[in-house]
Design a protein around this ligand. Structure first.
Ligand code: HPA
Length: 278
């Protein structure tokens, strides 16, 4: 599992263990629409991705590239602000490196967050959707290639998104006074947005939302035995569902509009999480 020179998830995890004595079991990856959660975090320590061997430097504006140790409410957490995307040109190995590092560190539960385009006609821009399942349309599988010792080759994805964690998200939604949508996330490689014909096809395939992340991390996490939950901020209606054209500006504007809701949801999820671990 080599990414750069001699960096492995194990060496990266060893580096993280030197940053803080805190040993959270829950990690949260912040995507667009969720970065405001950092304002709820009582930060113990932080480290820039540039200082973690093998971690990629995110290139999309607004994605910070910082890993935080801290508490959300009373719950110890690792929070990753920013991620490597496949569309940036990274190999899948690099895209999933942080996830594998979290597993090597001792994380057992992972919450992935992202921005997505709404395909389901009942969705509105600004909604949040709990992932019940996904369709990998990226054209690549993150588990392809050399197999790391001790990990399964053929990974069961029957229940990629953990039922208990999903229920916690819905409970967190209630506490945050948000009606959460649920549905299937379809991942494309990007970075172009989809055509209306593609969105019509994806709707027929059973997709409720479309995005450019999360799925590689969820698959790698399942290979490592982590429990996974994921939530999308529906920042726009997908191509052809919306009236006008799509733009990254619209994505950022919606993310900004609902940032407080996204932050509350994550904080309440983390608080509830403490009640289910022993
Ligand atoms: N398509 C793909 N990815 C996205 C979208 C979209 O419409 N919105 C936010 N991320």
């Amino acid at each position: 599992m080599k990414v750069s020179s001699n960096a492995t998830p194990q060496t990266a995890a060893a580096r993280l263990k030197k940053v803080s004595k805190l040993r959270p079991r829950l990690a949260i990856v912040l995507g667009s629409g969720f970065h405001h959660a950092l304002t709820e975090l009582r930060v113990a320590k932080k480290i820039s991705y540039a200082k973690i061997p093998g971690f990629p430097k995110p290139t999309v504006s607004g994605h910070a590239g910082e890993l935080y140790f801290g508490h959300l409410g009373q719950t110890p957490v690792l929070v990753l602000s920013g991620r490597a995307h496949f569309y940036e040109g990274h190999e899948m190995e690099r895209v999933t490196f942080a996830t594998r590092t979290l597993a090597a560190f001792g994380i057992t539960d992972l919450l992935l967050t992202n921005a997505a385009g709404g395909i389901n006609k009942k969705f509105h821009a600004g909604d949040f959707m709990v992932l019940t399942d996904h369709i990998n349309f990226m054209g690549a599988n993150p588990l392809r290639g050399t197999l790391q010792k001790g990990l399964p080759r053929f990974v069961d994805l029957t229940e990629t998104y953990d039922k208990k964690l999903r229920e916690l998200l819905f409970r967190a939604g209630k506490i945050s006074k948000l009606k959460l949508q649920r549905g299937v996330y379809l991942a494309v490689s990007g970075p172009s947005y989809e055509t209306p014909a593609e969105i019509r096809a994806f709707a027929k395939l059973g997709a409720d939302a479309v995005g450019m992340s999360t799925v590689p991390e969820a698959i790698a996490a399942r290979q490592c035995g982590l429990n996974v939950a994921a939530i999308s901020c529906v920042t726009n209606l997908a191509a052809g569902i919306s009236q006008g054209n799509l733009s990254h500006t619209e994505v950022l504007e919606t993310a900004e509009r609902v940032k407080k809701s996204g932050a509350a949801l994550i904080k309440n999820f983390a608080e509830l999480y403490r009640t289910i671990i022993n």
